[in-house]
Design a protein around this ligand. Structure first.
Ligand SMILES: *Cc1c(COP(=O)(O)O)cnc(C)c1O
Length: 314
């Protein structure tokens, strides 16, 4: 499992006007199916599972989770079994994300919200481990110490590919951002764009994930004003702005993660946040499979968004 994703320069009239340069780190292209940052975060988890001779992986996610979708296929490719503990009702078990996960052999176990909330509790995890002694337990979103090692490789690659000033990334659980911070030698500014409505716990969560040597890094910031209403929430107008941006630059983004980073970029630029000649890199974390669930629920019109591989025959 190795990846060197492309760094692609993009142009947009606004970049010209503000005299800034923008490149996109195309982690969305690492694999046709496995979402970019989830691929990075799973890499060393799966290698570890193999190294300790685990039978497979147990992990957690919602019904539309990019992580569940990615983990199911990655495990299949690595000949590991996969168990997904899914928040919520079995009603969703035939949606696009879960239908694919099942198709790739993931065993789904649906738990109510109260049980799902225990997913990081020590006693719950010990019990789960006793139930499945041969499995490696990976947290929701894949965010653990091994995930950070995988994400760090983005910075190693970028250091070989280009000089730049600021790296932008969408932030959910914080594992992606923590991995980027951990590898950066304080030479770039790293801006995390929170996609959740949150009240400060995320900064602590990122700090808790950071390895000792990186806890003193001060070159990063979490921006919490671009969640657009909360996780997976967005206005029709914001969705339209993301589609227009995609059309101009020729790269697809979705409105849950990478699209919110785009809205943040446009807003920051228009307020003069980036000085002239600033060099920006956007981390495209992937996540396009998540569009399917929004088509299924009528939240987005499939004719206005990129098409996805057809669902498996159910
Ligand atoms: C999971 C995900 C993120 C957020 O990553 P975290 O490590 O949880 O912060 C960003 N973009 C996409 C496409 C994702 O699937």
């Amino acid at each position: 499992m190795s990846a060197l994703s492309t760094l692609q320069p993009i142009s947009h009239p606004m970049f010209t006007r503000h005299k800034i340069s923008v490149q996109v780190k195309r982690d969305d292209q690492i694999d046709k199916v496995i979402s970019g940052n989830k691929w990075r975060k799973l890499k060393y988890n799966l290698l570890h599972a193999k190294a300790i001779n685990a039978k497979g992986i147990i992990t957690f996610g919602g019904s539309f989770s990019n992580h569940i979708h990615a983990c199911a296929l990655a495990c299949k490719q690595q000949q590991l079994s996969a168990i997904g503990i899914i928040r919520g009702e079995e009603d969703n078990q035939d949606n696009y994300t879960l239908a694919w996960a099942k198709n790739w052999g993931m065993q789904l176990s649906f738990v109510d919200r109260k049980t799902y909330r225990l997913r990081n509790e020590k006693s719950y995890l010990q019990h789960l481990q006793q139930q499945y002694p041969d499995y490696l337990i990976v947290p929701e979103g894949g965010s653990n110490a091994l995930a950070l090692i995988g994400m760090a490789e983005v910075i190693d690659e970028l250091n070989q590919q280009s000089e730049f000033d600021t790296l932008l990334s969408p932030v959910g659980s914080g594992g992606t951002l923590a991995g980027l911070i951990s590898a950066d030698k304080n030479q770039h500014k790293i801006l995390g764009i929170s996609v959740l409505k949150q009240d400060g716990y995320l900064v602590k969560q990122v700090n808790d994930l950071l390895p000792e040597h990186a806890k003193a890094h001060t070159n990063w910031q979490l921006m919490s004003q671009y969640h657009g209403g909360g996780y997976a929430k967005f206005s029709a107008q914001d969705a339209q702005r993301i589609r227009s941006f995609s059309a101009v630059v020729g790269i697809d983004f979705e409105p849950v993660y990478s699209g919110k980073m785009i809205l943040a970029l446009l807003d920051l630029m228009s307020t003069g946040y980036f000085p002239a000649h600033h060099r920006i890199v956007l981390l495209h974390t992937g996540g396009l499979q998540g569009l399917a669930g929004m088509f299924e629920r009528g939240i987005l019109n499939p004719n206005e968004w990129p098409s996805l591989p057809a669902p498996p025959v159910r």
